[in-house]
Ligand binder design. Structure first.
Ligand code: ADP
Length: 521
């Protein structure tokens, strides 16, 4: 028996749809039992634990089975929410935005279809993880690496569709994506860009094709099920050195970003570095209770003790050099001279400091995926997190202003600020990792309230988020309101044209199909 039904679908209709899914995919690949479905809930719920739970999970193994599932979903009005590995845990993991939707889990489609060791690209199915692809490149001695995010267990394709970031010179995953295959909501299969030309020689080397370029339309959207992507690989560098710079004071953030920007713009620093706040790094050597067990946020005096104990800064910057020894020496002398202007800045290469964060970052910035970053969850009992990530211009005023706004709001809500700035060339993502005790109702509520306050206050100052957890997707979409929400209305028009029955991932990124619009799900 299913625990929950999709909205507006009767029990009988749902049972008939489940039968049809089973005939098309095989009994074992359609899940409806409570315990089997529990693994598809939001892993870190800020609302009730089963708020976003699905009615069923459908696991196709081929593009034809995806098409069959989409056909059945249309026939019986079953909402289908695609996931690839469901590991973006701070953004809801595998849970569908619409409670009671069926999850279309693509993990069985896990083939690495092609790796080109001359041009440096790969073509993968949704179920391929960063760890899988990195292992394949290593085992086959391909001479290329892969850009990886903080945790390597997620899907390469899923992370790319969410416009995730890594930390090597190839860090912007959407920018290095080249060619897609998509099953549209009516079951039609489309290849984008040059891949539309049968026998194309350039599907994975030239991204735009002929005519409109559609790839972006299938990112952070609910317009299609992506079944393949091409992505570019990073040539194995001649040499590599990872480093950490610690800064002693809060206010060092502003001048640091002013020094950093020109080095990013002229690519002296050729990759995406990150700047982590003291408590985010301290969490890797938690638990929090070892330092403080009183009420409210950790007091400044305790923060200073943690900095001394762990030999870390108020801010900790992680960067890397890539290239020959000569070129790395030259880059380093520029980087070191520039940041030495900040009094008290300290410089450490990987191996020269016992920080577990530096050791993990050194692997990640080299394109070697791992799961070390998950070590921060020892910080709290039953630790979970919800992520909020506004984008900002890469200036010192913006960095410091956003940080101070956050710091004061966190204090008001009795929470510790744990954040990470990651630096593109002209922009930075301010990633808030809002950690909470998933078993404590009060902490969950306060965390969501803080998150909502931050969305509003950041938007008032001109900062919009780049991604959102299901519980705040509509709230964030509403902040992109220029001209009476013309952008959202455009997405709704596209949604209604491509998906007239409104079956694909309803509500994702605030885009609801006509039949569910304004129904308050
Ligand atoms: P990861 O395991 O890398 O964290 P997910 O599988 O959770 O990635 O994918 C992240 C989000 O991207 C999903 O919640 C879903 O909204 C979307 N998504 C993932 N795979 C697909 C796909 N194949 N087609 C369309 N959207 C997808």
């Amino acid at each position: 028996m299913a625990r929950r039904l999709p909205p507006g679908v009767s029990g009988t209709r749902f049972a008939t749809a489940v039968e049809a899914f089973r005939r098309a995919l095989g009994d074992s690949w359609v899940l409806t039992d409570g315990p089997e479905l529990a693994g598809y809930n939001d892993p870190f719920p800020v609302l009730d634990a089963d708020h976003f739970s699905p009615s069923a999970v459908v696991l196709p193994a081929t593009v034809e089975e995806v098409r069959a599932a989409v056909g059945i979903a249309n026939r019986f009005s079953i909402p289908l929410a695609p996931i690839s590995r469901g590991k973006n845990l701070g953004f809801g993991g595998p849970a569908p935005r619409l409670p009671g939707a069926a999850v279309l889990d693509l993990k069985r489609m896990n083939r690495i279809l092609q790796v080109d060791d001359r041009l440096g690209f790969a073509v993968v199915e949704p179920g391929v993880t960063f760890i899988d692809l990195a292992a394949h490149l290593h085992e086959h001695d391909i001479g290329f690496r892969l850009d990886v995010p903080d945790l390597g267990w997620g899907s390469v394709l899923g992370n790319t569709l969410e416009r995730g970031m890594g930390y090597t010179p190839y860090s912007d995953h959407f920018a290095i994506q080249c060619g897609m295959e998509v099953v549209l909501p009516d079951g039609e299969v489309v290849r984008t860009g040059m891949g539309a030309l049968p026998g194309s020689r350039t599907a994975q080397v030239y991204p735009y094709g002929y005519g409109p370029s559609y790839d972006g339309m299938f990112t952070q959207s609910n317009f299609g099920v992506v079944t393949k992507i091409g992505l570019w690989l990073l040539p194995e560098p001649a040499g590599y050195r990872a480093y950490m710079i610690t800064l002693p004071r809060e206010e060092d953030l502003g001048p640091f970003v002013e020094i950093l920007r020109p080095l990013r713009l002229d690519r002296t620093i050729s990759h995406v570095p990150s700047m982590r706040s003291v408590l985010l790094d301290a969490a890797a050597q938690g638990p929090r209770s070892a330092y403080f067990s009183g009420d409210g946020p950790i007091p400044d005096s305790v923060v200073r003790r943690i900095m001394a104990d762990q030999r870390i800064g108020m801010w900790n910057f992680y960067g890397a050099l890539y290239g020959t020894d000569e070129s790395m020496d030259a880059q380093w002398s520029v980087v070191r001279d520039a940041f030495s202007a900040i009094p008290g800045a300290r410089f450490h290469f990987a191996g020269e400091h016992d920080s577990p964060v530096l050791a993990a970052r050194a692997e990640i910035m080299a394109g070697r995926p791992n799961l070390e970053t998950a070590g921060i969850f020892q910080w709290l009992d039953n630790a979970g997190h919800i992520d909020f990530a506004p984008m900002a211009p890469a200036t010192g005023e913006d960095a410091l202003g956003l940080y101070e706004l956050a710091r004061d709001l966190y204090r008001e809500f009795g929470k510790d600020y744990m954040g990470n700035f990651i630096f593109g060339e002209r922009e930075m993502h301010q990633i808030h990792l809002m950690m909470f005790d998933t078993e404590a109702a009060g902490d969950r509520r306060r965390t969501l309230e803080l998150c909502e306050a931050l969305i509003g206050r950041a938007a008032e100052r001109g900062y919009g988020a780049y991604r959102a957890h299901p519980s705040i997707m509509d709230r964030v979409a509403a902040t992109f309101g220029f001209n009476d929400h013309a952008l959202l209305r455009l997405s709704e028009r596209i949604k209604d044209a491509l998906d007239p029955n409104g079956i694909l991932a309803p509500g994702k990124q605030g885009i609801w199909p006509r039949r569910l619009r304004g129904t308050g799900h």
